[in-house]
Design a protein around this ligand. Structure first.
Ligand code: ADP
Ligand code: MG
Length: 274
């Protein structure tokens, strides 16, 4: 139920695929940067013990005093974990290796699936005036991912444009259906995103046509090309959008950000383009 005494609540999008290396973290970082650069207030929640989203957004390990682990396991208010990145309007709740044991530690907790849901609805978060929260999930359907799916309004599923792209998708869809039936009935699919697409390669073209035929409108119009600048950016602790704004990768992530922002534009109130 919406609480009228509170300001508009952010759209929460879980970026999920139990396969590793498909572009979840890259999408979390760059979609977040794209949304922030058109004036939206964005929080990335790093839910992967590898902490790649934190590193990729310039947060050094030593700065991660309170992390998503503390939110889930130590009852820390999420507002106290939030750090400003080098990009205006872009905030992060970081992660570190502590999170690796979270799954086992959470099993005994009765509210284990709703900890992130509850954290993201704490009153203190209103002060950040967020428009979007992006949840960067680990490569598994573990309790961390379940927390993300219970907390989110929608799921964004990156698929690598390769032969086995659709493999594993039915298991993810089944998990989403189960979460809908048991915990989060309004969970929507935000979209399926083709990543690491190579337009010169017949295989990419074939995968795209198969995926569009199978999933239809669920697939974003925007496709993310394979682009070396995208893969270089994290080692400079930057999104590709600031590392090389003119690259094909930046162009694609800006297009994705406007595709998503325009969908949610009505409910967010239109923001001035900067
Ligand atoms: P996940 O979070 O799903 O495990 P990542 O986002 O970490 O996947 O991406 C896996 C690897 O692929 C990383 O090294 C990343 O830099 C690289 N990568 C992701 N997207 C692209 C792209 N569009 N072009 C080139 N390399 C990419
Ligand atoms: Mg990742």
């Amino acid at each position: 139920m919406s609480d009228l005494s509170r300001p508009r609540q952010p759209k929460i999008i879980a970026i999920t695929n139990q396969k590793g290396g498909v572009g979840k973290t890259t999408t979390a970082i760059n979609l977040a940067a794209g949304l922030a650069m058109i004036g939206h207030r964005v929080l990335v929640v790093d839910l992967d013990p590898q902490g790649n989203a934190s590193t990729g957004l310039g947060i050094e390990v030593g700065q991660r005093r309170l992390t998503s682990y503390d939110v889930l396991l130590e009852d820390a208010p999420i507002s106290q974990t939030i750090l400003q990145t080098n990009i205006e309007n872009l905030l992060i709740c970081p992660a570190n290796a502590d999170l690796a044991s979270a799954d086992i530690e959470l099993v005994a907790n009765e509210k284990r699936s709703f900890l992130l849901h509850d954290a993201l609805r704490q009153r203190e978060i209103d002060a950040f005036a967020l428009d979007f929260v992006l949840l960067d999930c680990p490569p598994s359907l573990s309790l961390l991912t379940v927390n993300a799916l219970c907390a989110a309004h929608s799921v964004l599923i990156p698929l690598q444009s390769e032969f086995f792209a659709l493999e594993g998708l039915s298991q993810l869809m089944l998990t989403i259906r189960t979460i809908r039936e048991t915990a989060n009935p309004n969970l929507r699919i935000e979209g399926v995103l083709l990543t690491m697409y190579d337009g010169r390669n017949n295989l990419s073209l074939q995968v795209e046509s198969d995926v569009r035929e199978t999933l239809g409108d669920l697939v974003f119009r925007t496709v993310i090309p394979r682009n070396v600048r995208v893969s270089e950016a994290p080692s400079f602790a930057m999104p590709v959008l600031t590392y090389d704004p003119a690259s094909k990768g930046s162009e694609a992530y800006r297009a994705l950000a406007s595709e998503i922002a325009s969908r949610h534009g009505a409910s967010l109130g239109l923001k001035q383009k900067v």
